[in-house]
Design a protein around this ligand. Structure first.
Ligand SMILES: Cc1cc2nc3c(=O)[nH]c(=O)nc-3n(C[C@H](O)[C@H](O)[C@H](O)COP(=O)(O)O)c2cc1C
Length: 328
């Protein structure tokens, strides 16, 4: 058993949360993580502002009574205050906010007595998250799949740990970005985290809403095959602030555009219809599969229960034996 402040305060048996992955972490994935001893979260993504997202109430039904939270992209949730009211009525175990100042949504969440978890990409954002009332900070490194910033997990997590020790010792810290097996979990705990948020490895889990063809691309690739760019959001015209880029598995679209970010900005929206049609058709040459560097550690589609128990057992071995953990 790995006991941390996170497992104790949230009354869970493994210090693992799934990432609130938009269009991927539905009720089935979240419930499976909770039932495997971790903390499950449904990806509320763009809070319905993007279109084509699964209805949240239905995903809560699919979680079938498991204790799960829900995550949102903060700048999108800020545009949908009525959705926040409907979500609070579903009594989520917590709300997870990421990307831009959570202060614009947090008051209502805290008033409802729901714990607030905030994911940050820079040290400056830690102060904003604490001021907004976050009781858990998730330090996200640039290795992460999906949107993120420029800091790397290895130096960022201990720097946030030191900051919290000085300014908010009661706040919990989770590490995210590139953590996909027991070595990553053990390392995160060594860096000062109380637990981890896992995206990419659980993106490939059987219970995720991820298309088989996307997982097949990840399995065939190595960790060299991802790229982080702002070009995709410009071309498809999704209103991400420029400080956040998108890490995806390279494809024809990113081969053409990822290094031409300024030019893509001048062509904002030019691929909006093409992109929407490709998404509907499941064309991964145009719509890239969204995953992080940890695809190099994804070898197939396993169940959440198997993944969580493997990751935990490996981490226990690492923590007991110290260095030189050989899992091959
Ligand atoms: C497919 C996918 C979708 C994501 N969507 C969101 C999201 O909607 N909101 C969010 O806060 N983070 C999102 N993320 C980022 C995760 O919260 C997390 O930081 C990341 O997955 C951790 O790194 P890893 O992918 O290396 O495990 C997403 C990540 C992936 C892979």
């Amino acid at each position: 058993m790995i006991k941390t402040r996170f497992t104790e305060q949230f009354r869970i048996s493994v210090p693992i949360m799934n990432a609130p992955m938009a269009l991927v972490a539905g009720g089935a994935l979240a419930a499976a993580v909770t039932r495997s001893g971790g903390l499950g979260v449904i990806g509320g993504g763009y809070a319905g502002t993007l279109g084509g997202e699964p209805p949240l109430a239905e995903e809560f039904v699919k979680a079938a009574g498991a204790r799960v939270g829900i995550g949102f992209i903060t700048w999108a949730l800020a545009q949908a205050p009525e959705l926040l009211e409907r979500v609070l009525a579903l009594e989520p175990a917590f709300i997870f906010l990421s990307f831009t100042d959570p202060g614009r949504c947090s008051r209502r969440i805290l008033k409802a007595g729901v714990p607030l978890i905030c994911q940050v990409q820079t040290l400056a954002q830690v102060g904003e998250a604490l001021a907004a009332g976050a009781s858990v900070i998730v330090a996200q490194g640039t290795e992460a799949g999906g949107h993120g910033g420029a800091r790397s997990t290895l130096p960022f997590v201990p720097e946030v740990a030191d900051y919290l020790k000085r300014h908010a010792p009661e706040a919990l810290l989770l590490a995210a970005g590139g953590i996909a097996d027991g070595r990553g979990l053990a390392a995160a705990l060594m860096l000062g985290a109380d637990g981890v948020v896992i995206g990419t490895r659980l993106w490939a889990a059987r219970e995720a809403l991820t298309a088989d063809a996307a997982v097949a691309r990840a399995v065939a690739a190595t960790g060299d095959a991802t790229v982080r760019t702002t070009a995709i959001d410009a071309l498809r015209d999704v209103a991400w602030p420029r400080e956040f880029s998108f890490r995806v598995i390279k494809n024809q679209l990113t081969d053409t555009w990822s290094a031409r970010e300024a030019e893509a900005e001048t062509k904002r929206g030019s691929l909006r219809e093409t992109y929407a049609a490709a998404r509907a058709a499941g064309d991964f040459d145009i719509v890239p599969a969204v995953a992080g560097e940890a695809i190099g550690l994804v070898h197939g589609r396993e169940s959440v229960a198997d993944l969580v128990s493997q990751i935990t057992a490996q981490a226990e071995t690492c923590l007991t034996r110290g260095g030189s953990c050989d899992f091959r």
